[in-house]
Design a protein around this ligand. Structure first.
Ligand code: PBG
Length: 342
């Protein structure tokens, strides 16, 4: 690096406990890799943290968790934004880019049962049990296998949600949460079962952390390169290309499952692998489910993204378009009803 290079960088994220833990994970990684540089942290509240009353589904999956942070990034107040990649919109604002994608935790969803209850799996729950989740993806897919369960929105950060679950007079028998978040918070011991495909396909990029930087910040870009886990990057970018093509955000019922095999590396760099990606789109009531798989040898990020995009085209042709158009209509209708009600 040139002698004029910066020697200190500010990492920023939301102020939730999970976001802070994730930011500290990244800071530790940067400090270990670049011991001569210094890294500090800054935590902010975002729109998604403030608006706890409106259903996520109606908020429409816009840049709820990222916008305020991106303003600070662009104004040079901070240098690196640490996100759960799943919360990062598939199209970034002009002037921002994803600098790094770190090694993914297990991407599955997990079941957490209310303290003191004897159940372990979704099969164990009596009909009529209330399962808390604010994700339409989880509800739509699980309604298919568990028509007897009642799904109810639950908002707030992970600690708040768990407190709502355990409240003696609370409505919830169980919650469904991303395993990665629970594990990072040190609450993996609350998990009674993992829910994986084909029962529940996880969210695009679930379990992976990302660093967002200014697009022209060469120094930050170099640091980020060292932290990127290429296998995760190829998988997640394929998943994001799929979601982008489906024109969805985190609030559409899109699930995925992705694997890499026959991995070739040269000088430590990933050069070729077989990428298999399964994607699904499910109607909100669970009555229609479109699912497809593509598998292909890819040699670059662009190849991985192409495969994700091709899968989207296939899903759209096979019925996903009807489901997503219905959802868009329903959301517009409900949003305008909510406005008139105020
Ligand atoms: N906006 C919610 C959110 N964003 C990222 C995670 C979990 C961690 C991850 O997927 O990396 C969660 C919590 C959840 O879905 O249970």
């Amino acid at each position: 690096m040139a002698s004029s290079s910066r020697t200190s960088f500010v990492l920023a994220s939301r102020a939730s406990k999970l976001a802070q833990i994730q930011t500290n994970i990244v800071r530790d990684g940067l400090e270990t890799t670049f011991p001569t540089l210094s890294f500090s942290t800054s935590f902010m509240t975002t729109e998604g943290d403030k608006n706890q009353s409106q259903a996520l589904y109606l908020l429409g999956g816009k840049a709820l968790w990222t916008k305020e942070l991106e303003v600070a990034l662009k104004e040079d107040v901070v240098d690196m934004l640490i996100h759960s990649l799943k919360d990062v919109p598939t199209t970034l604002p002009h002037g921002c880019e994803i600098g790094a994608i770190l090694e993914r935790e297990n991407p599955v969803d997990s079941l957490v049962v209310k303290q003191g209850l004897p159940y372990r799996t979704l099969e164990d729950l009596p009909d009529g049990s209330v399962v808390g989740t604010s994700s339409v993806r989880r509800v739509a897919q699980l309604r298919r296998s568990f028509p007897g369960l009642v799904f109810l929105d639950v908002r707030g950060n992970l600690n708040t949600r768990l407190a709502k679950l355990d409240a003696p007079d609370g409505p919830y028998t169980a919650l469904i949460l991303a395993k990665a978040g629970l594990v990072r918070l040190g609450m993996g011991d609350r998990i009674t079962a993992d829910l994986a495909a084909p029962i529940l396909f996880h969210a695009v990029s679930q379990g992976a952390l990302a660093i967002e930087i200014r697009a022209y910040d060469q120094e930050a870009r170099e640091l980020c390169k060292a932290l990127t886990h290429q296998e995760t990057q190829w998988k997640c970018l394929a998943e994001r290309a799929l979601l982008r093509e489906l024109e969805g955000g985190c609030s559409v019922p899109v699930g995925v499952s992705t694997s890499l095999s026959q991995i070739d590396k040269s000088a430590g760099k990933l050069t070729r692998a077989t990428l298999e990606i399964t994607g699904c789109v499910t109607s909100l009531d669970g009555s229609v489910h479109v699912q497809d798989t593509l598998s292909q040898e890819v040699e670059s990020i662009q190849g991985a993204e192409e495969l994700g995009k091709n899968l989207a085209t296939k899903l759209m042709a096979n019925g996903a378009k009807v489901i997503l158009d219905d959802i868009t209509r329903d959301r517009r209708k409900r949003a305008s009803e909510a406005e008139t009600a105020e």
